[in-house]
Design a protein around this ligand. Structure first.
Ligand SMILES: Nc1nc2c(ncn2[C@@H]2O[C@H](COP(=O)(O)OP(=O)(O)OP(=O)(O)O)[C@@H](O)[C@H]2O)c(=O)[nH]1
Ligand SMILES: [Mg+2]
Length: 228
């Protein structure tokens, strides 16, 4: 799916603003809480019941990032192999950000993280794409075993240059859940600003053979596929 340029109309029918769309995929083993996390972020609620995701579920939320509207489009993917097989190619197309999730009560879901990272690499998602590692179900943390797992996860995140979050989709406060997606959207925005700045500098230092506006548009497209 492509990112898109959206516009809304004012009362006189003129477009009044546009909104960048960023695609963030949420991946990890079955049952780790991907659906609950994305649902919590978009609605503020923990779903009363969920079923295994089949293929993908889409959720969206428009954020105001430093005065700019950014539509965060979440791809809540299926963890079960049989429900994701036919969709994998679509998951990894035009991705702007990645959220890896594991369940703190399920060490296997932690040990499987390298497989999810490999799948990203196989689909040409490089380390330049902002990513987060989420240790979910923090409300169930009880023993030293889970504390050790959390420290290992923190280390893994550091090694791979990812931000780390200990969250509960069920907890009373949803701040940490919000932070995952808001921080990713912010880093995408700053990444884009940087690419535009680099571009402007490049235009200044080169011969202006190509109009600056066109180069900026091309650079922006790489990152967001949408310029306003
Ligand atoms: N206690 C607790 N339970 C959670 C939390 N997040 C999810 N769950 C429960 O974990 C189970 C699986 O949650 P889902 O969000 O459906 O998991 P998923 O990763 O989307 O699973 P698939 O769609 O099969 O890949 C459900 O019973 C949820 O209620 C959490 O933060 N705390
Ligand atoms: Mg799900």
């Amino acid at each position: 799916m492509d990112s898109s340029l959206e516009s809304s109309s004012s009362s006189n029918g003129m477009p009044v603003r546009c909104c960048r769309t960023c695609k963030i995929i949420v991946i990890g083993d079955a049952g780790v809480g991907k659906t609950c996390l994305t649902h919590r972020f978009c609605t503020g609620q923990f779903p009363s019941r969920t079923e295994a995701t089949i293929g993908v579920d889409f959720r969206e939320k428009v954020l105001d990032i430093e005065g700019e509207k950014v539509k965060v489009q979440l791809w809540d993917t299926a963890g079960q192999e049989r429900f994701r097989k036919s969709m994998v190619q679509h998951y990894y197309r035009n991705v702007h950000g990645i959220v890896f999730v594991f369940d703190v009560t399920n060490p296997i879901s932690f040990r499987n993280l390298p497989l999810w990272m490999d799948e990203c690499r196989q689909h040409a998602l490089g380390p330049d794409i902002p990513r987060a590692l989420v240790c979910n179900k923090a409300d169930l943390v009880t023993s030293t075993i889970t504390s050790v797992l959390i420290e290992q996860a923190r280390h893994l995140a550091e090694v791979h240059g990812m931000s780390f979050y200990l969250t509960s989709a069920k907890g009373r406060k949803g701040d940490q859940v919000d932070s995952i997606f808001v921080t990713l959207a912010k880093s995408l925005k700053s990444q884009r600003s940087q690419s535009v700045n680099e571009c402007v500098l490049q235009c200044r230092s080169e011969s202006f053979a190509i109009p600056a506006k066109i180069i900026i548009a091309q650079e922006s497209k790489k990152k967001w596929a949408c310029i306003c």
